[in-house]
Ligand binder design. Structure first.
Ligand SMILES: Nc1ncnc2c1ncn2[C@@H]1O[C@H](COP(=O)(O)OP(=O)(O)OP(=O)(O)O)[C@@H](O)[C@H]1O
Ligand SMILES: [Mg+2]
Length: 509
């Protein structure tokens, strides 16, 4: 007898890849009108599990039941036919097509045999309005930032009118305002009886949105608990131990200025930005999305040009718009868009970890390959990169493990000034603490760290000083003692003279 409210049931699913058992017996079920959270460490198997439902992978063993009937899902079309829509962790949009074309890819409305562009664009505009994102249906996807890409993915999923909606870390790249909007959409879908599978590393979102939680550890489902379960208990289930100290910053006395930025200006983007970061310091950069934080650090790293101002490392001026000069001077950048800028996806973990050191080594002569392999192994072990071996292709690592490789790459290089742009996005709670500990080690060894983060507790917990940017300018600087959620937000929404940018809210977890 099947239960009419049961949308989906997974029994004993197993999936292996060469050298990896990704799933080793997972049970899961989804009911009408519920948000069921999948929780687990980086590499636990969450994305692999949902890929069985979207038809991207087929299970080696186990059963999938939809509406009480066992089904085989052999591809995206099977999945769609069964009423399942999936928003992947990695974006799945075609960069050269427009927003509207992406939303209706393969399902474009037709009139007299031709694609009805007007209808397609009008329908797309309606969906975009519903998710509350201001973007033209005619914009090319290539031109959008990651937050907007995510909102387009959501609009696309809504257009399918699915009974089961799967979202793999949809909030990782969204601002607090966008998260609220997304939650409102999910709640209204739940009212309509849709079942939602929701993956997140932000524990506070679980109680806010979820009904039930299934915890996956090492490819096995280890427990099912109500979403109201206290966070400490969720963490214990997830990582198998409790985490004593979430932000283990050890403050030391700061030394000489390593990075000095003066009057940095890029017309229309940021203005008269001046600050310094001293040896041993972690300087946090807070601000609303659109305040110009990423733009400033990209200019400091030489990835983008600027019109006025100077960047110095230990007093020596760094040539503008020259990444090699910046790296040579000892500046490293962990970018916010890891897939686009941080990794060579088809190369191995070891090759990716060695990218920076290799490039640096070609200046100074011989490459010590064996030393490099040992160092790569050490960093991978330290960050707990879950992989079959150093030879595994980075493309096949889980999302969070890819992020660890980007960070590990710069930890390996002898970086004097490390710039981190949203370093823990998509990273599980246990691995976050490891990254913070590595930041401590770097600063204890005399490096300077500049950390952009939209996760306010992280900024407050890890910074010795906090710079707050608003509308392309530094709106203020706060000492660790002065920096609180309120003082940072007050500066972030201030108007430091002329505005160059629109604003959206920073997320405050
Ligand atoms: N195509 C593949 N080839 C080889 N290994 C893979 C492949 N896809 C996933 N894996 C491995 O399966 C394991 C589970 O990965 P999965 O992406 O499901 O983790 P996750 O729980 O989603 O983690 P995250 O929180 O980091 O996104 C990882 O060890 C990963 O390296
Ligand atoms: Mg994943």
């Amino acid at each position: 007898m099947s239960d009419p409210d049961e949308l989906l049931r997974i029994e004993g699913i197993r999936k292996t890849f060469p050298g990896v058992v990704a799933l080793d017996g997972v049970d899961f079920d989804l009911r009408r009108g519920e948000v069921h959270v999948l929780l687990g460490e980086n590499g636990a198997g969450k994305s692999t599990l949902i890929k069985m439902l979207s038809g991207a992978y087929r299970p080696d063993a186990g059963r999938i039941l939809v509406g009480g009937e066992e089904v085989r899902i052999n591809g995206a079309q099977d999945s769609e036919r069964l009423g399942i829509a999936t928003i992947y962790q990695e974006f799945n949009l075609v960069p050269d097509l427009t927003v509207a074309e992406n939303i209706f890819l393969g399902r474009q409305p037709r009139r007299l045999g031709m694609i009805d562009r007007r209808k397609m664009e009008a329908d797309a505009a309606g969906l975009l309005e519903r998710v509350g994102v201001r973007v033209s249906p005619r914009a090319r996807v290539r031109e959008l930032g990651i937050a907007r890409l995510q909102m387009v993915e959501i609009a696309k999923a809504l257009s399918l009118d699915a009974r089961v909606l799967i979202m793999d870390e949809p909030t990782a790249v969204l601002t607090s305002e966008e998260v609220e909007r997304l939650f409102a959409i999910v709640r209204s879908l739940r009212e309509d009886g849709v079942g939602v599978v929701f993956i997140t590393h932000h524990l506070d979102e679980i109680a806010a949105l979820g009904d039930r939680v299934t915890v996956i550890r090492d490819g096995r489902s280890v427990g099912q608990v109500p979403a109201a379960t206290p966070e400490e208990e969720l963490v214990r289930l997830m990582v198998g131990r409790s985490i004593e100290q979430q932000y283990p910053r050890e403050r030391a006395d700061a030394g000489a200025a390593l990075l000095t930025v003066e009057g940095l200006t890029r017309d229309g983007v940021f203005h008269d930005v001046s600050f310094e970061v001293r040896a041993g310091e972690v300087v946090g950069v807070a601000g609303l999305v659109g305040a110009g934080r990423t733009e400033v650090v990209r200019a400091v790293f030489g990835a983008d040009p600027y019109d006025k101002g100077t960047v110095r490392v230990s007093g020596a001026e760094v040539r503008r718009h020259d990444v090699n000069a910046a790296m040579h001077a000892g500046i490293g950048l962990v970018p916010e868009d890891r897939k686009g800028q941080g990794l060579v996806l088809d190369a191995s973990v070891e090759e990716n970890l060695g990218l920076v050191t290799l490039r640096a080594a070609t200046h100074g002569g011989l490459v010590d390959r064996r030393g490099q392999r040992a160092a790569a192994a050490r960093v991978a072990e330290r960050l707990g990169v879950r992989m079959a071996g150093l030879g595994q292709q980075v493309r096949t690592l889980s999302g969070g493990n890819q992020q660890k490789v980007v960070i590990g790459k710069w930890l390996l290089a002898d970086t004097k000034v490390l710039i981190l742009d949203e370093p823990t996005r998509g990273i599980d709670v246990g691995a976050k603490v490891e990254i913070y500990q590595l930041v401590n080690e770097l600063t204890a060894a005399g490096a300077a760290v500049l950390m952009i983060s939209s996760d306010l507790p992280e900024v407050l917990g890890m910074s010795d000083r906090v710079l707050v940017m608003a509308q392309g300018r530094i709106a203020g600087e706060l000492s660790a003692a002065e920096a609180t959620q309120d003082s940072v937000m007050a500066l972030a929404v201030s108007t430091p003279t002329t505005s160059v940018n629109g604003t959206e809210a920073t997320r405050g977890h």
